[in-house]
Design a protein around this ligand. Structure first.
Ligand SMILES: C[S@@+](CC[C@H](N)C(=O)[O-])C[C@H]1O[C@@H](n2cnc3c(N)ncnc32)[C@H](O)[C@@H]1O
Length: 936
């Protein structure tokens, strides 16, 4: 531990120098309830429960407290949280999906603070003792570190006797052992005989310590982690003790002692008080009286999430020591307070697990949350120390921690050293305790996220199974949170012997980006199939340089014959196995020069070359660019910047051919115009299509146009042609999706997203991350629409009450209000004139209108009325569309293709079901005002 960390003077200076993070709250996700305006001062609801809670403590406990300043209360965990969790790790990439994850501010040094979602962070680099032997190290029932008989030294492989392991849904079938890959350390493996089905619960566990992050403190209960932003019509559970606003929306109450942490109600507050907060509260108040660090709490000079987590971690160890001492002195008996708390709050697994954590947690943190194996291949201890200390963060964090936990009489150095002093450890192990603990929190801390929003709401340190999950860009597991309890589930079939993995990062980045991220943040090179075989992530359009990389002559020249299950569907129209005529070999062609296609059903064979594929891709891109250019006015209206195309709204209808049979149309890209596509656009398209396929296009429908090109299906011909069409179609749909997203055109984005899902299902058989990602977007957009729809219904009511409301009022400041306005405008957009198509245009036009002089006010008013009528009409259409969407989202045959969504029962997994339910609920609400405006 560097002395600067504890020096109060230096601490004071550093805390004033550093601006750790802005205190801005994450953008509050809209509640599904109609907005209520309640201006009552939230803080006015503070319950002075500190005293009440204290009065419930027993005398003995208070006395003990007075004597040594530490709580003798047993650790108790509430298990009444239900609403938290994470849908799927690390996928929220698009800006609109990015929930504010905790602002780190512009201080680069603030990065260390736990303020954004993260998987386990950088690896710990402590001095644990273990070997790199790849043999299984599992010991079933020892509390001591396993001993390798050959080497005679202890191994960093924890015994699988923790409650999480013993209570696992697949008891005794998961083991922790060394991975074969050098430098990877230990991993969690499935050893059952039957393969695991998607959705299987693998384990669930409680954290050793957990805290709500700074950004969510006033929104999330610090005991049960219930997020008030996400409640939707649930029955209030505050039973009169919590604060319920007039509108039914629950408010949290704040500890009147430290004024930092918030709770659902008295019960939660008392629970936390007994477990942690009593000491935490005293600590914070002590810290507040220290002028050097006071600003941290009062002016949010830095993020205190890590600080509070560390304090809780340290305190738990302290409390356990005191508790053990009490037990020893009283013949193994619990003190009266502990007994009372156990009776009132503890039950079943929670109790067992908490007792186990009390007894073993510190030792596990000390001995198992570290791996020499990893240390050797990553970086030195000194580098780690430097990393932690680089922006001065470590010193600042420790200064605040010390101001909370160390009593004035104590020597901080001795105190910190003492943090490592566990029975049985050598002097070497008992190094710099503060640094070691911080590194462990940094390495193994998990961000607790909210299921609905994937917003980061807290930080927890798990010690049982969770910390041993390694990363893969194509993971087979996800973890979700129930309160602060983490649950790990399989998301696809897991074969016996397979390692269980989660993703630490955003899977949809390019391989290069992902690898850089993993290297920078976690210090390892990922060896998963996506990294090994897909240099250009097929989930995103490959960048030119990635293509150049893979075209390097050193690459293998010919790919092994492709297994139809992995990448392509037989294009032979008469093949019985063929359902679609689209190829999905682009990913493979990014690696191999030639791909030999062989259909095991009909014997069809063909060789596709990288060059050919590259040509097709380029041609498709050229076509796309030209087509979009022409659709936007192109040469005809050069320079005026007008946009005259809008994105597709609804799928094209099946068209009847001359002989009376109906033809399924190919909707190229789903682009439709608000008016007829120009002749130039159509010609551009036809020419490029001809070049790509060697044929005239067949039944290609553009926009709302009735124009189409006649052709026969047979002419689609070779893979060459099909591959080009595939690029074209997918590129166009992707472009349409991106366009819709960039304009926050959610309805269209949703529609395009579903279309992309359909295409992906054709081109990737079985599970594929690309499908998971797109499906994730579909769900998120549906969820967003649900919010917007509901908001719209609220606004509709408000508007009808105040018909003279100015435009300015409707353009609120919040992003949500803007989204809502954009959505409304989008609904009107289909009727707009040339140049009015884009939402941006419309928004700026409306902005300009707002500044027009009085003479135009009347006509503006009429226009607005007209617009409202039009909005109402369009709203009905949207409603109808969404109503039709719900059964599709629940259609199990569609879902079976998105394996990622499967629940145990083969239905939509509950995490998605929840979103569909939200949509249904919003539809229900939304109908009321729409019905009203209809009558009007
Ligand atoms: C939470 S720990 C996982 C358990 C770790 N293997 C151990 O033995 O303690 C995260 C660390 O494991 C290592 N790791 C995780 N996934 C890996 C992978 N796919 N390849 C190599 N190392 C990996 C990295 O060093 C990372 O920082």
């Amino acid at each position: 531990m560097e002395s600067t960390a504890m020096d109060p003077e230096i601490a004071a200076t550093s805390s004033t120098q550093a601006r750790f993070r802005s205190s801005s709250n994450p953008k509050a996700k809209r509640n599904y309830r109609p907005t209520r305006r309640d201006d009552s001062d939230h803080e006015g609801h503070d319950l002075d429960l500190q005293e009440q809670a204290q009065s419930t403590e027993t005398k003995a406990e208070t006395e003990k407290q007075g004597q040594d300043g530490a709580s003798t209360l047993p650790y108790v965990r509430s298990q009444n949280a239900q609403n938290l969790g994470e849908v799927y790790p690390a996928l929220a990439r698009l800006s609109f999906l990015d929930q504010e994850q905790g602002d780190i501010g512009d201080d680069p040094g603030a990065n260390f603070s736990v303020s954004k979602p993260r998987r386990p962070l950088k690896q710990a680099f402590s001095d644990g003792k273990q070997t790199s032997d790849s043999t299984e190290r599992q010991l079933m029932s020892s509390k001591e570190p396993a001993v390798d008989a050959t080497l005679g030294i202890s191994l960093a492989v924890p015994p699988m006797t923790s409650p999480a392991a013993l209570n696992s849904a697949i008891k005794n079938q998961i083991v922790i052992r060394e991975c074969e890959q050098i430098g990877k350390g230990r991993g969690l493996f499935y050893t059952g005989k039957e393969s695991l089905v998607p959705g299987s619960l693998i384990f669930k566990e409680l954290g050793y310590c957990q805290v709500v992050n700074d950004a969510s403190l006033s929104k999330v209960c610090s005991t049960c982690f219930k997020d008030t932003r996400e409640e939707q019509g649930e029955e209030e559970q505050s039973s009169g003790t919590g604060s319920v606003a007039a509108g039914g929306q629950r408010k949290l109450v704040r500890c009147a002692g430290c004024r930092i942490v918030w709770y659902c109600n008295k019960t939660c507050q008392i629970k936390d008080w007994k477990l942690h907060h009593q000491l935490e509260c005293q600590g914070i108040q002590k810290s507040l009286s220290n002028p050097g660090v006071k600003d941290v709490w009062t002016k949010h000079k830095m993020d205190t999430t890590t600080v509070r987590a560390l304090c809780r971690l340290i305190r738990r160890r302290e409390r356990v020591k005191i508790s053990a001492q009490y037990k020893a002195e009283h013949g193994g008996k619990l003190d009266a307070a502990q007994k009372q708390v156990n009776e009132v709050y503890f039950s079943g697994l929670d109790q067992k697990e908490d007792e186990w954590l009390d007894e073993n947690g510190a030792a596990w943190i000390q001995q198992f949350l570290s791996s020499n194996e990893i240390k050797q291949t990553t970086t030195s201890d000194a580098t780690t120390k430097k990393h932690l200390d680089e922006p001065g963060q470590f010193a600042k964090i420790m200064a605040v921690v010390m101001s909370c936990v160390v009593s004035p009489k104590e020597d901080p150095h001795v105190f910190l050293k003492g943090l490592s002093e566990l029975p049985g450890l050598s002097e070497h192990d008992a190094g710099d305790g503060g640094l070691e603990l911080t590194r462990k929190l940094d390495s193994y801390g998990f961000v607790i996220t909210n299921l609905e929003t994937t917003m980061a709401i807290g930080l927890a340190l798990y010690v049982q199974s969770m910390p041993f999950l390694n990363h893969s860009c194509v993971p087979n597991c996800i973890y979700t949170f129930r309160g602060a309890r983490v649950e790990c589930r399989a998301i696809r079939k897991v074969q016996p012997g397979e390692e269980l993995t989660i993703s630490y990062i955003d899977q949809i980045d390019l391989t290069k980006v992902r690898q850089r991220h993993l290297q920078d943040q976690y210090h390892f090179t990922c060896d998963c199939p996506l990294c090994k075989f897909f240099p250009a992530n097929p989930m995103v359009l490959p960048e030119q340089e990635d293509l150049l990389d893979v075209l390097a002559p050193s690459k293998p020249l010919c790919a092994p014959s492709l297994d139809p299950k992995q990448g392509w569907i037989c294009p032979n129209p008469s093949c019985k196995a063929a359902r679609h005529t689209v190829l999905a070999v682009d990913s493979q062609l990014e690696i191999y020069n030639n791909v030999k296609l062989h259909c095991s059903t009909c014997g069809y064979e063909e060789i596709l070359t990288q060059e050919l594929e590259q040509e097709n891709r380029e041609e498709a891109e050229r076509l796309l660019a030209r087509f979009v250019r022409e659709m936007n006015g192109g040469s005809a209206s050069k320079g005026n910047g007008a946009r005259n195309f809008e994105l597709a709204k609804f799928s094209a209808e099946t068209t009847a051919s001359e002989d009376g049979s109906s033809t399924e149309p190919i909707i190229v890209g789903g682009l439709r115009t608000v008016q007829e596509p120009s002749g130039a656009a159509l010609r551009a398209f036809a020419a490029a299509y001809r070049t790509l396929t060697g044929t005239e296009s067949r039944s290609v429908i553009l926009a709302n146009s009735t124009s189409r090109f006649s052709d026969t299906d047979e002419h689609l011909g070779t893979n060459h042609g099909r591959s080009s069409v595939h690029h074209l179609v997918r590129g166009l749909v992707q472009a349409a999706f991106d366009e819709a997203v960039s304009h926050k055109h959610w309805i269209f984005a949703l529609e395009r997203s579903i279309e992309l899902n359909r295409i992906l299902n054709e081109v990737y058989i079985g599970h594929h991350p690309v499908k998971a990602v797109q499906n994730y977007y579909t769900c998120k957009i549906a969820n967003l629409l649900a919010n917007l729809l509901l908001e719209e219904s609220t606004v509709e009511i408000e508007e009808s009450d105040e018909s003279d409301e100015s435009d300015d009022d409707k353009f609120g400041d919040s992003d949500d209000e803007r989204d809502l306005t954009a959505l409304k405008n989008a609904m009107t957009a289909s009727r707009a004139k040339v140049g009015d198509g884009s939402m941006q245009d419309m928004l700026s036009r409306r902005g300009r209108e707002g500044s027009d002089d009085n003479s135009t006010k009347n006509s503006d008013k009429k226009q607005r009325q007209q617009q409202r009528r039009s909005q109402a009409e369009n709203s009905k259409k949207v409603l109808q569309f969404l109503k039709e969407l719900v059964p599709k989202l629940e259609d199990s045959s569609i879902l079976q293709q998105f394996q990622i969504c499967w629940g145990k029962d083969g239905r939509l997994a509950s995490r998605y079901r929840h979103q569909v339910d939200s949509l249904k609920q919003a539809l229900h609400y939304a109908e009321l005002p729409f019905a009203k405006s209809e009558k009007e």
